[in-house]
Design a protein around this ligand. Structure first.
Ligand code: UDP
Length: 475
């Protein structure tokens, strides 16, 4: 058993943050450290499911202060927040968690608090109880480095138009962006509660003990070095966290209950040739207009490839209930499987019939694509996704961009069907496809080795556990 008595985890209420944090708690647990997650109702089911399967992680359900902040009771997660007024209330609600969380820290006396970047006050809470706070951003090293260099040097100020490219300085590769691809928070062109939360988070991150990174050294070694040595930030790479899940059951139930029977989905994939199916999914937050959905539909159809397409139920415009093109489902009956809602993504990606992944470049999705060893069509939309795209297309060269140039939380008809079809054919059947596939398979192997005993992530986690034990003893 580890000398560490307990680590407390505080995940942010969004699937892209909660899922890897549960994996992290499982991982520490597998190394003999007792772990407890403080979770609102938003994520208690997957934690209970893990407990029922025999994994000894603690769960303390904390109440999101909906009433006190004026947030309607049905809102428990960020993706349910749809208006500026609700954003303000949501931000207020999460700041009100400080008092109950501090009471729990006092009661349980943990060795360390691992909390999401969106809880900036946890740096001070940890300091109050003389324990280290590890920050979890849910992103990889390249994105962290890019974001820091953007903040420090503001290279977007040196261009005269939104479409003129600029290079982010000091990074290991010449990564070019246009202003339209940069978040309004990085451009400092936005105000309001959420922007304020992000700025406070960045300031609190810098005062925290260090950063737990869901990545592995071999994937982005030059950025891991840049982050730690050039930017001087203490960090441990302990991923890919998703690889702590074994067996179909654990892989399927990540985050939410699937909207499709998993066996039916696997049976459909079993009927297809190896490497012949495109999987398209845009994560848990993206919403799409009906016009853009139609472009995706026609693009997938005219690529000529078999596909699974996850259509998010979160829509922002007045769509009819039959929101897909007329007779689309009849036409693609043999070639396509549409999942309306939540897909068992890791289970699907790991199936041998999957040949590529059309992704919005959320960091979890990128890692899941890497661990499955499949090339990707990158379609970044917001958050740090444009940075992640560069890792896939330019650094690792295991994917091709669909060409989106506009940072936006809602996908409107910016990408045409021809671009979708061409990018899909590029990763599936072009002259470069085999090379890309081979490279992707190499990274898959490296990911597995990284988490095995003696691997880079395994060793970094050992070093982190040791350091936290010493921290406790020296106090
Ligand atoms: N996910 C899933 N099924 C879906 C959509 C998403 O299992 O239908 C999971 C996906 O596997 C990933 C997470 O939700 O682990 C999404 O995180 P990511 O960082 O990729 O994107 P975000 O949703 O945060 O934009």
């Amino acid at each position: 058993m580890s000398k560490l008595h307990l680590i407390i985890f505080l995940p942010f209420m969004a699937h892209g943050h909660m899922i890897p944090m549960l994996d992290m708690a499982k991982l520490f647990n597998s190394r003999g450290v007792r772990t407890t997650i403080l979770s609102t109702l938003a994520f208690s089911d997957p934690i209970k499911k893990a407990q029922e399967s025999g994994i000894e992680i603690g769960l303390i359900i904390i109440r999101l202060p909906n009433q006190e902040s004026g947030l309607p009771e049905y809102i428990q997660r960020l993706d349910q927040v749809t208006t500026v007024d609700l954003v303000q209330k949501f931000v207020e609600a999460i700041s009100l968690l400080q008092e109950p969380v501090e009471k729990l820290i006092q009661e349980f006396n943990p060795n360390c608090l691992v909390s999401d970047t969106f809880f900036p006050w946890t740096t001070d809470s940890a300091a109050k109880f003389c324990i280290p706070r590890l920050v979890f951003h849910g992103t990889g090293y390249l994105a962290r480095c890019a974001s820091e260099q953007m903040r420090l040097h503001k290279p977007f100020k040196n261009v005269s138009s939104d479409s003129e490219p600029f290079i982010l300085p000091y990074l290991p590769h010449q990564l070019k962006f246009t202003r339209t691809q940069i978040s309004p928070f990085d451009l400092r062109e936005t105000e309001g509660e959420f922007a304020e939360l992000i700025f406070q988070s960045r300031e609190a991150d810098r005062r925290s003990y260090g950063v737990a990174v869901n990545s592995f050294y071999e994937l982005e070694s030059s950025y891991a070095d840049h982050y730690r040595n050039f930017l001087g930030i203490k960090a441990w790479n302990i991923g890919p966290l998703l690889l702590c899940n074994n067996g179909d059951e654990e892989k399927a139930g990540r985050g939410r209950k699937s909207s499709i029977d998993e066996h039916e989905c696997l049976a459909w994939l079993d009927s297809k040739k190896p490497g012949s199916v495109v999987y398209a999914c845009f994560g848990s937050m993206v919403s799409c207009t009906q016009a853009q959905l139609h472009e995706i539909a026609f693009g997938l159809e005219s690529s000529g490839q078999d596909f699974i397409w996850v259509v998010r139920e979160r829509r922002i415009d007045e769509m009819k209930s039959d929101f897909l093109p007329n007779e689309f489902e009849e036409r693609i009956r043999e070639k396509g499987l549409i999942i309306n809602g939540w897909a068992p993504q890791v289970l699907i990606l790991d199936h041998p019939s999957i040949g590529s992944f059309v992704t919005h470049c959320g960091w979890n999705s990128i890692l899941e694509g890497v661990c499955a060893g499949v090339p990707m069509v990158t379609w970044p939309m917001f958050a740090e996704q444009f940075f992640n795209e560069k890792l896939v297309t330019q650094v690792l060269r295991i994917g091709v961009s669909v060409g989106n140039k506009q940072w936006r939380t809602v996908a409107i008809e910016g990408v045409q069907r021809e671009a979708v079809a061409e990018a899909v054919r590029h990763v599936m059947v072009s002259g470069e496809a085999a090379e890309m596939r081979n490279r992707a398979k190499c990274y898959r192997e490296m990911a597995r080795k990284a988490v095995e005993e003696g691997g880079s992530s395994y060793t970094d986690l050992s070093a982190l556990i040791e350091e936290l034990s010493v921290y406790r003893r020296s106090k």
